[in-house]
Design a protein around this ligand. Structure first.
Ligand code: AMP
Length: 551
């Protein structure tokens, strides 16, 4: 074979620290605003964040944190959490963002599994850790993210105050150079089944992800535009915002701890935020507040929705207000942005109804991510919008395994090196991805698939329904049949007959749920998704004829 001719271009390792260096020189005055737990509003900018990150990096080096060491955070979205992203990864250590919504058992498991050396934590999480001190290493240092005057009494060992620590470090630092594959971040997935699994990002994957997100979502990312990341910094890097925003000079408003509709409305309105990012649950809260106020927050022009499917009613209500809804799909394992639904020519010229049809899909893949769908035997299926299969992804921003977990790594990657998402989807000829379900949630009845997501999306539009879930219940004859679980709106009790009639127009008769049960609330996983696992367990012996569990 002939030898290739090499290009004559420089090759510099991609590093996260270069993102903040760039923002410091190009967008020094762009503001970073944080709503603190005390209620105060804190304002800083990329210049000061850069200085403080260097000081913290030097302080961490003094604490003997070195290449590859895991440094954890348990914190809400704020400027301190943001600057840690750069201070930790900038020196080649690993920023391990811990999700405080995990169960105690999972929390202890991941602190031990990651072998965290230092844990930074917001004061509101002290009790969470105190309760498990006997189960974690006594050598961990705890840095409380506050001023010296705010440090409370606690049982934590090795306590350091954040502002003392940062002030002990010099701002003189040249960010070290190391290979671009050096690990930079660690985030455990909530694991609807089994133990949490750690996704270990690299400097290279993170910089590439920041670039591709900035290209794919240009309306959000623009100098002078403000973004409100409601998605937490502890969940898949807040969908990459901490890296894309400094790259594009967009301003950030960190919401802190209060994520209810009223608080979010107030922040959006006060700071005239253009783009807000979060899961559907958050937007329902905001929608209620907008209805209550009778007017949308000043400046709000766009919402990025992901994490779970955005229902039609949500999309259309916001679009009617003049807020562009962009539906995105991804996973912790995909950095996370893998597809986005921003409409381009020729779709922008479609009638509103058809645009909403398209926006309900999970969008088209971002550059650098390949998608394939396969049947249960692993055969690739045509991307024709009709065939539905297991979704696999591949690319420079996709995990190739899990941190220190050989079994899970092996199970996740197919023989050709693709990552199995556990989602079931179709992809049409124009590249639009439609998730029909998680593979374990799909209901198989008489050899045919029934999409629980489709049923849920439809019933969510029923005026008396607050929340719902459709699960598969084992069935002697049909293998599985769907059960609809409904949380009625306050003061309502929709009849099951009425609910099923509501679905009739949109589904074949055999696809309709065989039963309806009512709950006061649904169980949620740590990342805010309805826990189908616990619902399936609760109703595994459900008897459709009698309308109750057999046991
Ligand atoms: P996580 O790693 O916790 O972010 O969860 C990723 C999973 O959330 C995906 O595999 C999907 O099952 C689900 N998910 C994320 N975005 C969407 C979306 N836009 N629509 C439906 N499901 C989604």
């Amino acid at each position: 074979m002939e030898e290739n001719m090499e290009g004559m271009m420089m090759n510099m390792p991609l590093r996260i620290s270069s993102i903040l260096e760039f923002a410091k020189t190009s967008y020094p005055e762009v503001e970073i605003i944080s709503k603190m737990s005390s209620g105060e509003v804190h304002r800083t900018n990329y210049r000061d964040i850069s200085i403080r990150s260097k000081k913290m990096a030097n302080a961490l080096l003094e604490l003997k944190v070195s290449l590859g060491d895991r440094v954890a955070t348990i914190a809400w979205n704020s400027y301190r959490h943001f600057e840690l992203y750069f201070a930790i990864s900038g020196i080649g250590a690993v920023c391990h963002t811990i999700n405080p919504r995990l169960s105690s058992e999972q929390l202890v498991y991941i602190i031990n599994h990651a072998e965290d050396k230092v844990i930074f934590l917001d004061l509101s999480f002290i009790k969470l850790i105190e309760a498990h001190l006997d189960q974690i290493s006594p050598h961990i240092k705890f840095v409380l993210m506050c001023e010296p005057s705010e440090v409370p009494d606690s049982n934590l060992p090795n306590v350091i105050c954040y502002e003392d620590l940062i002030n002990s470090g010099s701002e003189d630092l040249v960010w070290p150079v190391f290979p671009e594959d050096t690990a930079s971040g660690l985030c455990y997935t909530s694991g609807t089944t089994g133990k949490p699994k750690g996704v270990l990002y690299s400097n290279r994957s993170t910089v590439l992800h920041a670039l591709l997100a900035s290209v794919t979502l240009p309306d959000s990312f623009a100098v002078g535009r403000k973004i409100l990341p409601i998605v937490p910094l502890f969940h898949a890097n807040a969908w990459g915002i901490p890296y894309s925003a400094p790259l594009t000079g967009s301003s950030l408003v960190f919401p802190g701890q209060s994520l209810d509709g009223k608080s979010i409305y107030q922040l959006l309105d006060q700071f005239e935020v253009f783009s807000a990012w979060g899961v559907p649950t958050v937007w329902f809260g905001l929608l209620d507040e907008i209805k209550h106020k009778g007017v949308k927050p000043k400046g709000l022009g766009e919402m990025i929705v992901g994490g779970s499917a955005a229902p039609r009613s949500l999309i259309s209500e916001f679009e009617k207000m003049g807020v562009t809804v962009v539906h995105a799909w991804g996973m912790t394992e995909t950095s996370p942005l893998a597809s986005t639904g921003r409409l381009t020519i020729p779709y922008t010229a479609l009638p509103e109804d058809q645009k909403i049809d398209l926006k309900m899909k999970q969008g088209r893949k971002v550059f650098g991510v390949d998608l394939k769908i396969v049947d249960d035997e692993g055969n690739e299926l045509p991307q024709d919008g009709e065939n539905v299969g297991n979704l696999f992804v591949r690319g420079n921003t996709i995990a190739k395994g899990y941190f220190n977990n050989e079994d899970a790594s092996k199970a996740a990657i197919d023989k050709d090196g693709w990552f199995e998402t556990g989602d079931v989807a179709s992809i049409d000829k124009e590249g639009f991805l439609t998730l029909t379900d998680r593979s374990k949630d799909l209901i198989k009845s008489g050899g045919e698939w029934i999409s629980s997501i489709d049923l849920e999306n439809c019933i969510m539009n029923h005026p008396e329904v607050e929340n719902c879930a459709v699960i598969a219940v084992p069935h002697e004859k049909w293998y599985e049949r769907p059960l609809l679980i409904v949380v009625p709106k306050a003061g309502c009790m929709p009849e099951s007959k009425n609910l099923l009639e509501y679905l009739e127009g949109s589904f074949a008769k055999w696809q309709l749920p065989d039963g309806v049960v009512y709950e006061e609330e649904l169980p949620f996983t740590a990342t805010g998704k309805v826990s189908k696992l616990s619902l399936r367990k609760k109703y595994e012996d459900f008897n459709f004829k009698k309308g109750k569990n057999i046991k």
